[in-house]
Structure formats: structure tokens, C-alpha cells
Design a protein around this ligand. Structure first.
Ligand SMILES: Cc1cc2nc3c(=O)[nH]c(=O)nc-3n(C[C@H](O)[C@H](O)[C@H](O)COP(=O)(O)O)c2cc1C
Length: 157
């Protein structure tokens, strides 16, 4: 059995100034040492994180998180027991999420009516959704770029 914690907090620093990079560098190293995995979502104003692994290790890092001055309004939404991990390949995945999507998402996560398994599925989908969109964007940009190469070549003939 592993423990999963999902929390929401308010970011102190704006995005893109290196804070998140610093957080991730330390987080990934410590998580790997402690056998923790998870995913960190960043909106313009908030963090949403799922942290999972052995109960003592999750508790230890949760205490560090609670004291960390880089975020405020630290609010644990749910602590769950699970048989399998949601993000076993990520020492700590990271992605940015649109503000509006995150606000709705946070509200749904906070609803006590939502079961552990659907809360888990919500978090997993948020991670997959973003990656798929990025992959689709990369693919269409690739087509656009190869289209440009094609038309340039065509105009030279
Ligand atoms: C949004 C956010 C997410 C974080 N995620 C992790 C994490 O997944 N694992 C981790 O070890 N530290 C994480 N940290 C850093 C911890 O708060 C803490 O600084 C670090 O673990 C070192 O612990 P210590 O200050 O108790 O020595 C995170 C910090 C923030 C602000």
C-alpha cells in the first residue's frame, strides 16, 4: 500500500523566474531518494500537487512543504491509500495548466462527494490532457514547418 496526498497552494513567485526549476531540482532528487513519485501542476497563481509513495516519506515531505515559504494557503485536499501509483514514472512531473481549467478542477477536487478513485482519475487526466495537447501541437507545427520547406523548394524550381 502507498499513500497519495493531493494539495493545493498559492504560489508566492510568478511563473517563469526560475523558482519552479529550483523546486523541481531539489524535489526530484529527494523524491528519488525517498521512493516518491507524483505530478506538480502550476497555474498562474496556484500549485496543485499529487505526491505518492511510502506513508512515512510522504509525511516527511508534506511537513517540509507545509513550512516552505515559496507557497502559502497550503491546503491538503485528500490523503488516500492506494495499491498502485498514478505517476510511477515521474520523480515529479511538471506542467502548467490554464487558470480557468484549474479553478474548475480545484472546485471539483474539493467536493467531498467525489470518491478517491475519481479524484485520482481527475489528477491523472489533467496530466495526460496537457501532454496530449502538447504532442498534437508539436505534430501540427511539424507539418507546418515541413509545408514551408516544401513551398520554398517548390518556388526555387
Ligand atoms: C510547490 C512545491 C512543490 C514541492 N515539491 C516537492 C517534492 O515533490 N518533493 C520534495 O522533496 N520537495 C518538494 N518541495 C520542496 C520542499 O518544500 C522542501 O524545500 C525540500 O523538500 C527540502 O526540505 P527541507 O527544507 O525540509 O530540508 C516542493 C516545494 C514547493 C514550493
Amino acid at each position: 500500500m502507498i499513500t497519495q496526498v493531493v494539495y493545493v497552494s498559492r504560489a508566492v513567485h510568478p511563473m517563469g523566474r526560475g523558482t519552479d526549476r529550483d523546486i523541481l531540482r531539489v524535489a526530484r532528487k529527494r523524491n528519488a531518494e525517498l521512493g516518491l513519485t507524483g505530478f506538480l501542476f502550476r497555474t498562474r497563481t496556484h500549485y496543485i500537487q499529487l505526491l505518492e509513495g511510502p506513508p512515512e516519506a510522504v509525511g516527511q515531505v508534506t511537513e517540509s512543504l507545509r513550512r516552505d515559504p515559496r507557497h502559502t494557503d497550503f491546503d491538503v485536499i485528500r490523503t488516500m491509500q492506494a495499491d498502485t501509483r498514478s505517476f510511477e514514472r515521474f520523480a515529479m512531473g511538471y506542467d502548467d495548466v490554464l487558470q480557468m481549467r484549474a479553478a474548475a478542477f480545484i472546485e471539483s477536487l474539493k467536493s467531498s462527494a467525489i470518491s478517491d478513485s475519481s479524484l485520482r482519475a481527475h489528477v491523472e487526466l489533467l496530466a495526460v490532457g496537457r501532454r496530449r495537447k502538447k504532442a498534437a501541437l508539436a505534430a501540427s507545427l511539424g507539418q507546418f514547418v515541413s509545408g514551408m520547406t516544401f513551398s520554398r523548394r517548390a518556388s526555387r524550381q
